[in-house]
Design a protein around this ligand. Structure first.
Ligand code: IMP
Length: 421
């Protein structure tokens, strides 16, 4: 069955490892949204590889990897990533890039920096131009991958955008970008990308007709979704299941099973409400134990307990069939573990509603349920039955509270450190 793998929290749930683990069962792995703001980390034969734009299936030699039309592409970054992976001896013969991906232009990155610096309350974007590139798509001004193959056509579309944004950049004291400074480089990388460029709407629908099994790889997480996340502290795309149809050109009939990934605790990068955040020594310990530093920006991640109210919301809006619980082993040495089971509002009411607005979520007090830690190493466990009883109790509570089965548990960075239930 075609399967979606998406993050249920604020990103960084372990999608790289999860998709790499599952990919060998699939013929096609597809990215459908986001851009090089993503950082999907895979440990392969002891080596760490971080993918930003390439689908995490590229290490399975028979898998076709597709970057769908919903992904915003910085072509320079993409070519760099392709060359880096090739230099490590991997073949990218089966890579396809939609010729309809909107491009991230140098002005977009400048705008991202200017907008972010001028905000009173920072979103904490990755400053890679993701938001401004999506803005141009909805503003009907975008320049696409297929515009890279014809210099005149590219110039005609990109020049007015460049001029327009340079006015804005100038008034903010930012660095203006001349199109002449990058057009030749863009044409060069265009040549390198041409062999991978396809009308992926047609290739993907053909694969669907042929019965090829597809894995859809979400980037970021549900709580960063532009429509359902903690707005305005969100990314500018739809990491939720709805992003698949608009980001690939496949119909809803192509979506089979949905696997949601959640850490056994919670992390967040950037600003925005985070009810279960730990700002104390326990948080510092959790950050170090979990090596919670951004794969893309290196920023320390904010950390906190597992928020089951938020998780239930994410499961609901994506119709999640099963959970892939990651980083259970990070909790191995804790005496006590907590999970959020309700929110208490300022008017004294307690409930399970996740309203993503800052006015609500920024004000609630989390109601915690406490669990005894199992104080035992789990990273060598391969079967559910061999987990310490207290770890099983914690997992069973998550299943019971959410009503969604937990199908996989990750207990380490390597592909084989995974328990299938
Ligand atoms: P942008 O996507 O760069 O516009 O950033 C918007 C928000 O999404 C910021 O809070 C980022 O930290 C967050 N974000 C974007 N991509 C990722 C990711 O891959 N993992 C975690 N957070 C992300």
């Amino acid at each position: 069955m075609n399967t979606v793998v998406l993050g249920l929290q604020w990103g960084d749930e372990g999608k790289g490892k999860t998709i790499d683990y599952l990919a060998h069962d699939f013929d096609v792995v597809v990215r459908y949204q986001g851009g090089h703001n993503a950082g999907h980390t895979i440990y392969f034969e002891g080596k760490k590889v971080v993918l930003h734009l390439l689908p995490s299936g590229i290490f399975s030699p028979n898998t076709i990897s597709v970057i769908g039309n919903g992904v915003v592409v910085n072509p320079v970054q993409l070519v760099e990533e392709i060359e880096g992976i090739k230099a490590q001896g991997f073949s990218l013969e089966k890579l396809e890039i939609s010729d309809y991906c909107p491009l991230i232009l140098p002005v977009h990155q400048q705008l991202d920096i200017i907008f972010e610096d001028s905000r009173y309350v920072k979103i904490g974007t990755t400053r890679r131009g993701i938001g401004p590139a999506y803005e141009d798509l909805t503003g009907r001004r975008a320049v696409f991958v297929n515009d890279l193959f014809d210099k005149d056509r590219f110039y005609k579309k990109a020049k007015p955008l460049n001029d327009y944004y340079n006015q804005r950049i100038k008034t903010s004291g930012g660095e203006e970008v001349s199109i002449d400074s990058y057009i030749d480089q863009y044409m060069e990388v265009g040549k390198a990308l041409k062999k991978y460029a396809r009308n992926t709407v047609y290739t993907l629908n053909k694969y669907a007709r042929e019965g090829k099994k597809m894995l859809f790889e979400g980037a970021q997480g549900v709580l960063l979704d532009i429509n359902f996340g903690t707005y305005p502290f969100v990314t500018s795309s739809n990491p939720t299941v709805g992003g698949i149809c608009t980001g690939t050109g496949l119909s809803h009939k192509a979506i089979g099973k949905v696997i949601g990934i959640s850490k056994a605790y919670t992390t967040r990068v950037g600003g925005g409400p985070f009810p279960s955040e730990l700002l104390d020594k326990t948080g510092d310990y959790l950050r170090e134990k979990g090596n919670e530093y951004g794969a893309t920006t290196g920023r320390p991640r904010r950390v906190g307990w597992l928020d089951l109210v938020a998780l239930k919301y994410a499961l609901m809006i994506n119709g999640v069939d099963s959970i892939f619980l990651t980083k259970l082993d990070v909790l191995d040495s804790f005496d006590e573990i907590n999970a959020v089971v309700a929110y208490k509002t300022n008017d004294g009411n307690t409930g399970e509603i996740f309203d993503p607005s800052i006015e609500y979520l920024g004000e609630v007090t989390p109601v915690l349920k406490s669990f005894q830690g199992w104080k035992q190493e789990t990273s060598s466990v391969r079967q559910f039955g061999q987990l310490p009883q207290k770890a099983k109790d914690y997992i069973e509570f998550i299943r019971e509270f959410t009503g969604v089965p937990i199908e996989f548990i990750s207990v380490g960075t390597e592909r084989y450190q995974t328990i299938k239930i």
